[in-house]
Design a protein around this ligand. Structure first.
Ligand code: FES
Ligand code: FES
Length: 264
């Protein structure tokens, strides 16, 4: 086993901003990291000049404890040779963003964007920070819901070029030139219900209905691009949307039924 010549450790979701600790392990032997792991982790965390973020999700000291445990585990595994390196998982089907139409700066704080929503191009002058969610609701697509506003609940999910995207997490400039689908014009044609809508209705997979649009959008992406038979453990492995009424049993039934409809 060799000596570490360059090291970078990134710690995210603990402090107000991600923290990069560079070079802390340089010059150490890999085995030495294993024998001194607690000292190393202590010295890394005491070198960070930031206060952990307290929020509704967890107290700051809990976040630090979790981060310390993860770092200890990672360093121990590297030192033991059980992993050669740790690499963030990359989903090969991640959406590749590109500005197809470009985004035109028109002066001041405004840019011109063009987005195809349900088959119709919509052009608008917007602030670069405007979210896709706000763009859609501003243009009357009120079926796209605002829930948590921070990428967790999925109530705001739409399809961008056929893939499910949380519209509260994407500035509209990122989808200029792309196509966005909502349930209104995208899945259903005219008065006829789409199989996913039919399944949700038949299984009564809704209570207040606030989450329903997002669930149907993510179901469309899931059944089209990921698991057409809906055999996986749907909600644990794949569909992470939140239903505040907690009607998950019927939602799972509806997704499985929709899979059958789409395959028949
Ligand atoms: S509102 Fe976008 S994920 Fe909750
Ligand atoms: S049906 Fe009410 S939030 Fe899901």
């Amino acid at each position: 086993m060799g000596v570490i010549t360059d090291s970078r450790i990134a710690i995210g979701a603990v402090y107000p901003e991600p923290v990069l600790v560079s070079g802390h392990l340089n010059g150490l032997g890999i085995k030495e990291v294993g024998t001194r792991v607690n000292d190393i982790v202590n010295s890394i965390f005491s070198s960070i000049d930031a206060k952990p973020l307290e929020d509704t999700h967890a107290p700051g000291d809990y976040k630090v404890k979790v981060a310390r445990n993860l770092l200890t585990k990672a360093l121990t595994e590297i030192a033991s040779g059980s992993v050669q390196y740790i690499k963030a998982p990359v989903k090969d089907e991640l959406i590749k963003w590109e500005f197809r139409d470009g985004v035109e700066y028109v002066g001041g704080d405004l840019v011109r964007v063009r987005v195809n929503v349900n088959g119709q191009w919509i052009e608008d002058l917007v602030e670069p920070r405007l979210l896709l969610l706000d763009f859609l609701r501003r243009h009357g697509f009120r079926e796209v819901r605002r829930g948590c506003d921070e990428g967790k609940c999925g109530a705001c999910t739409v399809l961008v070029d056929g893939r499910a995207v949380k519209s509260c997490m994407v500035p509209v400039v990122r989808v200029s030139g792309h196509s966005v689908t909502t349930i209104r014009g995208g899945l259903s044609k005219g008065m006829e219900l789409h199989p996913i809508q039919r399944a949700f209705l038949e299984e009564y997979a809704m209570q207040c209905g606030y989450c329903t649009h997002g669930f149907m959008m993510v179901t469309q992406d899931y059944l089209t691009n990921i698991d057409p038979t809906a055999n996986d453990d749907l909600l644990k492995l794949s569909i992470k949307n939140i239903c505040r009424c907690t009607g998950y049993i019927n939602i799972i039934k509806a997704i499985k039924k929709a899979a059958k409809y789409l395959q028949s």
